[in-house]
Write a protein that binds this ligand. Structure first.
Ligand SMILES: [Zn+2]
Length: 303
């Protein structure tokens, strides 16, 4: 016998330590795609498709407003080492071109998720930064599925070794989203048709209304980068007073809107509801959670 009992334990310990050293770096380098998304809704979709093979980060943090966000040199440095940038487009992230330029990465693959979708045109956008149309497509879950398909196509192209993995994740997720879409379609039928009317602070819910049978009766601002005038306030008070259920909806990331919405609601003895649009939060950490919350809120407020 070459080793005493204690000696064998020492040898076993050394073998175990060696195995751990060999295994740990393998686990830490498992992610093969570095993905940067402009805001949390897109980052969540990218995480669902990318799973453990993608390291996803969001430029605008949870609870932040992608319309008014100001990127810093930190975000540009972050982008300098990314494999792909995912953004919504159609004027939602007004700062994105500047950010790409300051990252100095002319070769960086950039995927515009709204590409291929038909925007809602309209006079309301004519005098505004959203002149190309309403950018909030993902609030219609079928359009959200279009984003997921574009993310999948990008990941497969950039990291073909993991194509089967990304495809399986995306298929599972798209199935969940198809069920979510159908659930919403059914759930809103509980709201009498004449009450399927929305008054909101910011004009973000056009695609939700279009897909699930609501009418947008009014909003205070097209873009949250400015505040409403007194004439706009008076108009919305009149509009809200004419509704069976006088509820004005605000969004958590638009903090300036809450004060105006409270003022409008108190004029008509109405109330303020909360809908998620451009940001996830700790309470609503995924796109699916956000859409479920929105539908439950609409049922509670309008049913
Ligand atoms: Zn918005």
């Amino acid at each position: 016998m070459f080793f005493s009992k204690e000696g064998r334990i020492v040898v076993l310990g050394l073998v175990a330590a060696l195995l751990i050293t060999l295994l740990v770096p393998a686990a830490a380098t498992a992610a093969s795609l570095r993905v940067v998304a402009t805001f949390s809704v897109i980052a969540d979709m990218a995480e669902q498709v990318g799973g453990t093979k993608a390291e996803v980060s969001s430029i605008v943090p949870l609870g932040g407003d992608p319309h008014t966000w100001e990127p810093t040199p930190r975000e540009a440095r972050h982008l300098a080492t990314a494999d792909v940038l995912l953004y919504n487009g159609l004027g939602l992230e007004l700062w994105v071109d500047r950010l790409i330029r300051s990252a100095a990465r002319p070769d960086l693959p950039v995927i515009v998720l709204s590409e291929g979708l038909e925007p809602i045109p309209g006079a309301s956008f004519a005098a505004h930064v959203h002149e190309e149309g309403d950018p909030h497509f993902w609030l219609n879950v079928q359009y959200g599925m279009h984003y997921v398909e574009r993310i999948l196509a990008a990941f497969v192209q950039l990291d073909p070794d993991n194509a089967a993995y990304y495809t399986a994740n995306a298929e599972r997720y798209l199935q969940t989203l198809a069920e979510l879409d159908q659930w919403i379609e059914q759930a809103v039928l509980q709201i009498p048709e004449e009450r399927r009317k929305l008054v909101t602070y910011h004009d973000a819910f056009g695609y939700l209304a279009q897909r699930y049978g609501f009418e947008i009766s009014g909003f205070l601002v097209v873009n949250p980068d400015r505040e409403p005038s007194s004439r706009e306030m008076a108009n919305i008070v009149r509009q809200l007073a004419s509704q069976e259920r006088p509820v004005i909806f605000v969004e958590p990331q638009v903090s300036s809107g809450h004060r105006y919405a409270e003022a409008v609601a108190s004029e008509v003895g109405g109330s303020v509801g909360l809908l998620y649009s451009d940001s996830l939060t700790e309470e609503v950490p995924t796109y699916v959670d956000m859409m479920r919350w929105n539908v439950n809120q609409l049922l509670e407020a309008l049913q």
